[in-house]
Design a protein around this ligand. Structure first.
Ligand SMILES: Nc1ncnc2c1ncn2[C@@H]1O[C@H](COP(=O)(O)OP(=O)(O)OP(=O)(O)O)[C@@H](O)[C@H]1O
Ligand SMILES: [Mg+2]
Length: 439
């Protein structure tokens, strides 16, 4: 127990306020690779979806279709036909297939968004169509030095928006150039083999360079995001620490002295044989002691922050055991593995407070025999359950609450989660808290 907050004895004043042990603040150490990977993956997905939003707009889709139509119609102009080496009857169907795949991808994006399965499939179909049309047109033009390589330009440009799919892009580009080199080689056109091979290598290098650069940039953004979140956590932590210290060294120390004096006064009044005054001072001592206890609980609650999942488990066990004195039996279960990873500061504080309030309510209001606390940690969120076998909450208790229940709901809302209470042979509180702060 903290000496400054300990009840005084009649032998003398309480010890001077001792330093509060340092809070388990989130350390600003290096970012764990796994955390960075998750954040990087998220940044790449967001960047990809944002990029697609522009590319799949009505204007961009129309421009892409117009480009396909323009390429298809080029042979209608005799001088262009001579340079391109293909007829309108070849370009038209191929460009139509390509344009249809572009429109299909735009419709899929509009319906299911950039993360939808339909869209992902539509995008791969579109890539295959572009590559096949490009390969066919370059080959049918009779020379590897063909303007129809333009079909492959999109892959290179896209690597900037979508560094995740660098493997697919390089694979498709490599396959297309290899197929062309092979086809020209079968004809004995060695110059074309060399051109197709060179363009293939050049294109693959460009895709890789673009994707690496984009990945590097997004990695930097992800790092900054993590560090900003940590910094915010540390600032909150420091402020909480300051409040706890002020309460401890100021109000708690004064209250402690008051209690000591009241205890002395009680002894003096008792010695004087004044029974009525003794009982009044006795009440005063007891009130001062419970106020000090409450203040001590607040100071220690303020210091609940930082720490690992293992610390949180230990913390919950201690607090729940403390609340479950008497006939109330408490069970606590954790549905996750032991883990030395750090808990986001906010999540830890809210989980502790929610469990405390849930159990305290069960102990105070439910007339329950058993309270069961469960903590289940998923990849993206943590679920807290507090269930009792008591008589259930009165109708409208949540709406009327200005205290514990309202605070639980508010805590869930602050973290972007949700809280619900149901009656299931007792009150069953379920709170889901995301492990990432809402943006
Ligand atoms: N587990 C429970 N079982 C039965 N009734 C409950 C339970 N939890 C809450 N209640 C009812 O809901 C009411 C509101 O609860 P709430 O926690 O908001 O306030 P409180 O516990 O009365 O006071 P405090 O502000 O100190 O928490 C309680 O007064 C009680 O009637
Ligand atoms: Mg309450």
């Amino acid at each position: 127990m903290d000496p400054a907050l300990a009840a005084p004895t009649s032998n003398g004043p309480p010890a001077s306020p001792a330093a509060i042990p340092p809070a388990g603040a989130a350390s600003p150490a290096a970012i764990p690779p796994a955390e960075l990977d998750v954040e990087l993956d998220r940044a790449m997905t967001e960047h990809y979806v944002e990029g697609r939003r522009g590319m799949r707009s009505l204007v961009s889709t129309s421009l892409l279709v117009a480009l396909a139509a323009g390429v298809a119609l080029l042979p209608a102009w005799p001088p262009a036909r001579r340079v391109l080496g293909v007829e309108l009857k070849t370009t038209l169907p191929l460009a139509a297939v390509s344009a249809l795949s572009i429109v299909h991808a735009a419709i899929a994006f509009g319906r299911v968004g950039g993360r939808g399965r339909w869209y992902r499939v539509a995008e791969h179909v579109e890539s295959l169509c572009s590559v096949s049309c490009g390969v066919a047109l370059v080959y049918l033009s009779g020379s590897a030095a063909s303007v129809f390589w333009i079909y492959f330009l999109l892959f290179i440009a896209d690597s900037w928006n979508n560094p995740r799919d660098v493997g697919i892009h390089m694979g498709l580009f490599g396959l297309a150039s290899a197929a062309l080199a092979g086809a020209f080689g079968a004809r004995g056109a060695l110059t074309d083999v060399a051109i197709a091979g060179s363009i293939g290598v050049l294109g693959a290098v460009c895709i890789y360079a673009f994707a690496s650069s984009a990945r590097h940039r997004l990695r930097g953004e992800a790092e900054r995001r993590i560090l900003r979140a940590r910094l915010e956590g540390l600032l909150v932590e420091r402020e909480r620490d300051r409040i706890a210290r002020d309460l401890h060294d100021g109000v708690a120390a004064d209250l402690s002295t008051l209690l000591w004096r009241a205890t002395e006064l009680k002894a003096a009044v008792a010695a004087a044989g004044n029974g009525e005054a003794t009982s009044i001072v006795d009440e005063l001592v007891s009130d001062a002691r419970s106020s000090l206890d409450e203040l001590r609980a607040i100071v220690f609650a303020l210091r609940v922050s930082g720490g690992t999942w293992d610390d949180l488990r230990a913390e919950l066990r201690t607090r729940v055991a403390r609340l479950c004195a008497g006939s109330l039996r408490c069970e606590i279960a954790f549905h996750d593995d032991a883990d030395a990873a750090e808990v986001p500061v906010d999540v830890r504080v809210h989980v502790v407070r929610i469990v405390q309030e849930g159990v305290r309510n069960a102990a105070r209001h439910a007339r329950a025999q058993v309270v069961r606390v469960e903590l289940e940690r998923g990849a993206d969120d943590v679920v807290v359950r507090v269930a009792d076998d008591g008589e259930g909450m009165p109708e409208g208790a949540l709406e009327a609450s200005r205290g514990g229940l309202a605070n639980i709901a508010k805590r869930a809302e602050l973290l972007g989660g949700a809280a619900s209470w149901t009656y299931d042979g007792g009150t069953r509180l379920v709170v889901t808290l995301p492990l990432r702060a809402p943006r």
